[in-house]
Design a binder for this molecule. Structure first.
Ligand SMILES: Cc1ncc(COP(=O)(O)O)c(C=O)c1O
Length: 475
């Protein structure tokens, strides 16, 4: 116990740290293999969670054990058979970097000296990994905030000084595919553009934005006096992993002088993989890009990167001079002058450490492995007579559904059947999967973005699908 501290620990720090390290090591070991079932939440845990705030301290080791119990009965994306949504997977060095960053509790609102160097280097690493020639950037809390950050810069580009005046009676619009992530719509809401002015452009059979439809929408808006603010290309949609034709969109962006943002929150790591790099042709023309390191770069949440081509684009949108955050000769801009957030954790450290420890090649290989798993999954689906692949994977997402003979021509019943199937699989617990709706068809939508997932896990996913699809639903 250190008597100088107002919040003392009841045991020596080293003892707590040793125990915490053991908990983490055990968790990592348990993630090496999938577990047979998800354990139930005990009545004791439920009761404890109903407790009010206690005035008296609890022994630190006891609190640690409790935290462990709650975590152990939580859905962990880190486990190898977690296939739902677009997960993160808690890469070990990222976990340690988080602990280090929190320990020093560096704040990147203003200069943090050496940490600034690492943040700048980690931005360069991210840009190099995907091959994007950037000039400025920032670490943010996720794809939502990265997209908002980039689109704030785009609004200032399209409507200079609108950060001061607001839209001031003018109308503005954003263009994205009809299957772009909701964050684009939310950005429009927050930026005063309005969700009604998000043009959800039609998609082709591969679920990619239709370029001719985009051009028509821009022309129609311009004719109506509406200012196009940005084209948002999605490089890996959340729903199917579809990649919009970035090069063709870049030509339109150039022709109409409209900002091009590439939302690569999920899919942009695919630009680092030799087998899918070609799908991102034209990326270098984007005015801004976003990529979530807490998705397909395997890091624990929250860690996203937004990069821009124009070195002043972010500061034009965000810089300000306040009496508590001064500019001077040595510090002409603070980090808060290029980002939305004020107090900001040292998120860059985990990407920096991960890329240092593993090197670019291991990352490329891990991403390739996930792409191969998606192809394997698609092939297993195609080989099963009563499974239907809804779309060939462009990256690592494989929407498929179960089509039993007796329901073959009844779409409504098929949708219900597949929704039930996903519920059964979630209750069963051997794999964790989510449902989605693709082209009006309810389906299973595994996404392979975990460095712990193996080919075996993919085979188990399909086996469990087949097995549970045969079971009658118990309501
Ligand atoms: C394409 C895309 N953009 C943006 C987001 C939002 O990212 P976040 O949840 O990190 O804010 C997601 C999330 O899945 C996404 O898939």
């Amino acid at each position: 116990m250190n008597p100088r501290l107002s919040l003392p620990l009841d045991i020596p720090r080293s003892e707590l740290l040793t125990r915490a390290a053991k908990v983490i090591a055990e968790a990592w070991q348990s993630f090496d293999q999938a577990r047979a079932v998800e354990p139930d939440i005990s009545q004791a845990l439920r009761l404890m969670a109903a407790d009010g705030l206690r005035a008296e301290p609890m022994p630190a080791l006891q609190a640690l054990e409790q935290a462990k119990s709650y975590l152990d009965t939580s859905l962990a994306q880190a486990r190898p058979r977690y296939f739902a949504f677009v997960g993160s997977s808690g890469l070990e060095v990222g976990v340690l970097a988080d602990a280090l960053a929190s320990t020093f509790d560096v704040n990147l609102a203003t200069t943090a000296r050496s940490a600034d160097l690492i943040e700048a280097q980690a931005l360069r690493f991210a840009a190099e990994l995907i091959g994007y020639p950037f000039a400025a950037g920032a670490f943010t809390s996720g794809g939502m905030v990265s997209n908002l950050t980039a689109l704030t810069a785009a609004r200032e580009f399209a409507l200079p000084n609108s950060r001061q005046t607001g839209l001031n009676g003018r109308s503005a619009a954003l263009y994205c595919s009809s299957e772009a992530h909701y964050s684009v719509r939310r950005a429009a809401e927050v930026l005063g553009i309005g969700a009604d002015f998000v043009r959800g452009i039609a998609i082709n059979a591969e679920h990619q934005m239709d370029v001719a439809a985009l051009e028509q929408a821009i022309q129609a808006d311009k004719a109506a006096g509406i200012t196009p603010v940005a084209i948002v290309a999605t490089a890996g949609t959340t729903l199917t992993g579809a990649i919009d034709p970035i090069l063709a969109l870049a030509h339109i962006a150039k022709q109409y002088s409209v900002w091009l943002h590439v939302d690569g929150a999920y899919g942009l790591p695919g630009a680092a993989a030799p087998s899918t790099r070609h799908r991102f042709a034209g990326l270098e023309h984007a005015d801004s890009i976003s990529i979530d390191a807490h998705k397909w770069l395997y890091l624990p949440k929250a860690c996203s990167v937004v990069l821009v081509k124009d070195p002043h684009a972010l500061s034009r949108a965000f810089s300000h001079n306040e009496s508590y955050m001064l500019h001077d000769q040595d510090q002409p801009l603070n980090p808060v002058d290029s980002t939305l957030e004020y107090s900001r954790p040292f998120r860059a450290l985990k990407l920096w450490m991960a890329l240092r420890v593993h090197g670019a090649d291991q990352f490329r290989a891990a991403i390739e492995r996930n792409i191969a798993q998606a192809r394997l999954c698609a092939n297993l689906v195609k080989a099963a007579p009563d499974l239907e692949l809804l779309l060939e994977p462009q990256l690592s997402t494989v929407p498929y559904r179960h089509v039993p003979k007796h329901l073959e021509s009844n779409e409504a019943a098929l949708n219900e059947h597949n929704l039930e199937l996903v519920k059964k699989m979630q209750i069963d617990g051997r794999v964790y999967i989510s449902s989605a709706v693709v082209d009006g068809k309810t389906c299973l939508r595994p996404c392979f973005v975990n460095f712990r997932t193996s080919e075996d896990d993919v085979r188990v996913l399909i086996e469990v699908t087949k097995e549970l699809a045969q079971l009658r639903t118990v309501k």
